[in-house]
Design a protein around this ligand. Structure first.
Ligand code: ACO
Length: 337
């Protein structure tokens, strides 16, 4: 068999979330909000908050270590590392390089970050798959790791109630088996709408100054209503287009694992696809929006809860700042426990 025909599947999956829970009740003492408003508008009940020394590379390394342990593999078995994050530990080097050192991965492997905000994990999966199908890399770690609490303005009630921290990792492996693992994919972006969800300070265009810090330029800003509108349209379209590309009907998909942004977004997408919410698992209630970490967190939970079974068709779909979006259809191969 030629290497171009290799399939790529998830051999193992691991997650890590910080201990500290921030409840809606606590938030309502910090800003003018209420548990009732947050729950009805977003479905979020609490979120996890990382401690000062708990960075995306630390959380990502723990999630990746769990995946390796479940696969009974060691860090030296990994041939490629991609980290998806919009909250890197530092502007440079990449969070992937920091994670590589923490986990003790080999030095002869590529390690890099993918920046596509909440779509980062879906983007990184596709990049890994395309690098692996050539046969050059047998096993890859794809990690989504975020510390949104570090870029959230804790005095802005329109955003601070939505986000949380955490990490999830998958160990991908190649196989000569057909019709398994990552089947089809679609990625897209629209930089014309970059200002709908962005952070204007801290980069080379507007480096940190005393004024920029005072003006809160280093915080995430969002036009929630517009983001909501785009998210529903683009996530539903992405699902439809991937299904059509793979010649699969939505009824054949056992589970839709969407980026966990807002329960009302998930309900609207499910309704557009004419799919019941019983096939759209959500952990928003406990984690909020963890950006690039949200899909691996939701995927792991749906699997450990006994929902996703070997052979199931699973459609993951994401949307985020950029704007960016992406969807991947998977034929689930039971990961090692
Ligand atoms: N508590 C109480 N009231 C609030 C809060 C809050 N936390 N936030 C806003 N309000 C108020 C507003 O000020 C407004 O008051 P007004 O009518 O007096 O002006 C009122 O509630 C309604 O505000 P809306 O913005 O219209 O509320 P909406 O129903 O649109 O919900 C929300 C806001 C939850 C942000 C929603 O628009 C949303 O979820 N958007 C998508 C966000 C998202 O998913 N972002 C992540 C994308 S992925 C990524 O890349 C990170």
């Amino acid at each position: 068999m030629s290497s171009a025909e290799l399939s790529v599947f998830i051999r193992a999956i691991g997650v890590h979330t910080p201990e500290r829970k921030l409840t809606n009740a606590e938030l309502s003492k910090m800003v003018d909000t209420s548990d009732e408003w947050i729950k009805t508008r977003s479905g979020i009940g609490e979120r996890r908050i990382a401690g000062p020394g708990e960075n995306p590379s630390d959380m990502g390394a723990k999630a990746a270590a769990k995946a390796l342990e479940r696969a009974s593999l060691t860090p030296t078995d990994v041939d490629l590392l991609i980290v998806a994050t919009m909250t890197p530990d530092v502007p440079f080097p990449s969070t992937a390089c920091l994670l590589q050192a923490k986990l003790g991965l080999r030095r002869d492997i590529p390690c890099f970050d993918v920046s596509a905000a909440c779509s980062g994990f879906v983007y990184a999966l596709q990049v890994a798959k395309d690098m692996m199908r050539s046969g050059a890399y047998r096993r890859a770690l794809v990690v989504g790791a975020e510390k949104l609490s570090s870029v959230v303005d804790w005095s802005d009630r329109t955003t601070c109630v939505l986000f949380g921290d955490g990490a999830g990792a998958v160990l991908l492996e190649t196989t000569s088996e057909k019709n398994v693992g990552l089947l089809g994919n679609l990625l897209g972006a629209d930089g014309n709408n970059a200002e709908l969800l962005h952070c204007v300070g801290g980069g080379s265009a507007a480096p940190a100054t005393a004024d920029s810090l005072r003006d809160g330029k280093h915080f995430l800003r969002m036009n929630g209503k517009e983001v909501f509108r785009h998210a529903v349209r683009v996530m539903a379209e992405s699902c439809e287009r991937v299904l059509s590309k793979c010649d699969v009907k939505s009824e054949q998909v056992a589970w839709f694992i969407p980026h966990q942004a807002n329960i009302r977004i998930l309900e609207a997408v499910a309704s557009q696809l004419n799919v019941g919410m019983d096939r759209f698992p959500s952990n928003l209630e406990r984690y909020g929006n963890t950006s690039a970490a949200s899909i691996p967190l939701a995927l792991e939970e749906a699997w450990t809860d006994g929902k996703i079974k070997h052979g199931d068709l699973v459609l993951i779909v994401a949307f985020g700042a950029g704007l960016t979006w992406g969807a991947t259809l998977l034929r689930w191969h039971e990961p090692t426990r």
